[in-house]
Ligand binder design. Structure first.
Ligand SMILES: [Zn+2]
Length: 76
């Protein structure tokens, strides 16, 4: 008598919960998008929103206020 080959039990159960995408609202336009590795622009909905936000951030950060004229600048 030949015993049937043992079949391995199916190991693929449910995927890990960490891989589940999270639905969030885009900080720029409030469009619902997914915070997941598949979204390279997260937490934004698109590259456009990301660029807009980063541009606003950069202009805020790198804005240099005009220095007040020093005493050396006063004529006479
Ligand atoms: Zn957006």
């Amino acid at each position: 008598m030949n015993a049937p080959a043992p079949t391995p039990a199916p190991a693929d159960a449910a995927p890990p919960a960490a891989a589940a995408p999270i639905a969030i609202a885009c900080p720029r336009c409030r469009t619902m998008t997914q915070y997941a590795p598949s979204n390279p622009w997260r937490p934004f909905c698109s590259q456009r929103c990301q660029k807009i936000d980063m541009g606003a951030w950069a202009s805020e950060t790198f804005r240099i206020e005009a220095a007040p004229p020093g005493p050396d600048d006063a004529p006479e």
